[in-house]
Write a protein that binds this ligand. Structure first.
Ligand code: CP
Length: 313
């Protein structure tokens, strides 16, 4: 049994193995590897990409999908606890992908569930499946994960995707550049994590064409209104950094712009047609990464995947 709760659990070989699996799924997404299995998706917070790509991944692998996208329409609204919900759904499903607003909810579920748990985002904490698709996107565009200059821009305080990315990249000798207003700066615990793992980082508050000129990856993030207890503070910082097409003239030729999406204002629409823009393909890569995660959790190997007998033509 393998849970997928935090990316920090995975060593370098495990990450590269999952990337190889995702490459196989990009070649052939439809394979009958999960025939006869039931996948549950339990989303206590809103989602478009994560839930739909997990469900598409399950469907393309031949599984059946159950679950809820609105916890209020389940017995959660009658007061059912997370513990009871997880135990109930474990009666029906072979694996559970869950998103919850409480940090550590997926970890807790993994300790009580008899089936593997996939963390599809827990509050402002971790988003490991997003992290795998981010790694995959970086690998596919740069040809390597090693020695890259990665710029993280926007909400670095509440951004679970950037927190997960730092942890995963510790194996690959990156240099991080954190660009955030003071209110949304990278939390101290992640800076300490960088220091403990020998990860170089610099902090900036300026965001302009010169600052990002040596980026290999420019990772934009949304300022997340739903994480603010003080909405006045959100109003002050919501449009702090906006990437515009004209800011890309000094960018390295193979620099790619990533964003976990959804975006609000932080990437102007005139960037979408720029060859540096990669965020739509990045979301597509979520399908391949999540097919790999289901296989990881259910004991399906790379050899099983490359066996052509499973391909659905
Ligand atoms: N990137 C991401 O988690 O998007 P959703 O919130 O739409 O799932």
């Amino acid at each position: 049994r393998h849970d997928f709760v935090t990316i920090a659990d995975l060593d370098k070989n495990a990450l590269l193995y999952l990337i190889r699996m995702a490459q196989e799924f990009e070649k052939h997404p439809d394979r009958e590897l999960l025939k006869g299995k039931v996948v549950a998706t339990l989303f206590y917070e809103p989602s478009t990409r994560t839930r739909l790509s997990f469900e598409t991944a399950a469907n393309r692998l031949g599984a059946k999908v159950i679950g809820f996208s609105d916890a209020k329409a389940s017995s959660v609204s009658k007061g059912e606890t997370l513990k009871d919900t997880i135990l109930m759904v474990s009666n029906y499903a072979d694996v559970i992908a869950m998103r919850h607003y409480i940090e550590g909810a997926a970890q807790y579920a993994s300790e009580i569930a008899p089936v593997p748990i996939i963390n599809a985002g827990d509050g402002a904490h971790m988003h490991p499946s997003q992290c795998l698709l981010d790694l995959y996107s970086i690998y596919q565009t740069q040809g390597t994960l090693e020695n890259l200059n990665i710029y993280l821009v926007g909400d670095l305080k509440y951004g679970r995707t950037v927190h997960s990315l730092i942890m995963a990249m510790r194996h690959f000798n990156p240099t991080f550049h954190f660009i955030a207003p003071e209110e949304l700066a990278m939390p101290q615990e992640y800076k300490l994590y960088c220091e403990e793992h020998g990860i170089r980082f610099e902090e900036h508050t300026e965001f302009n064409d010169k600052v990002i000129a040596d980026a290999d990856i420019l990772y934009m993030t949304r300022v997340q209104k739903e994480r603010f207890s003080d909405l006045m503070e959100y109003e002050r910082v919501k449009n702090v950094y906006i990437l515009r097409n004209k800011m890309l003239s000094l960018a390295k030729s193979n620099m790619k712009i990533l964003h976990p999406l959804p975006r609000v204002n932080e990437i102007a629409y005139d960037v979408d047609d720029n060859p540096h823009a990669y965020y739509i393909q990045q979301a597509r890569n979520g399908l391949y990464a999540r097919e790999a995660i289901f296989c990881h959790c259910l004991g399906i190997t790379l050899d099983d995947i490359t066996n052509d007998k499973t391909i659905i033509h």
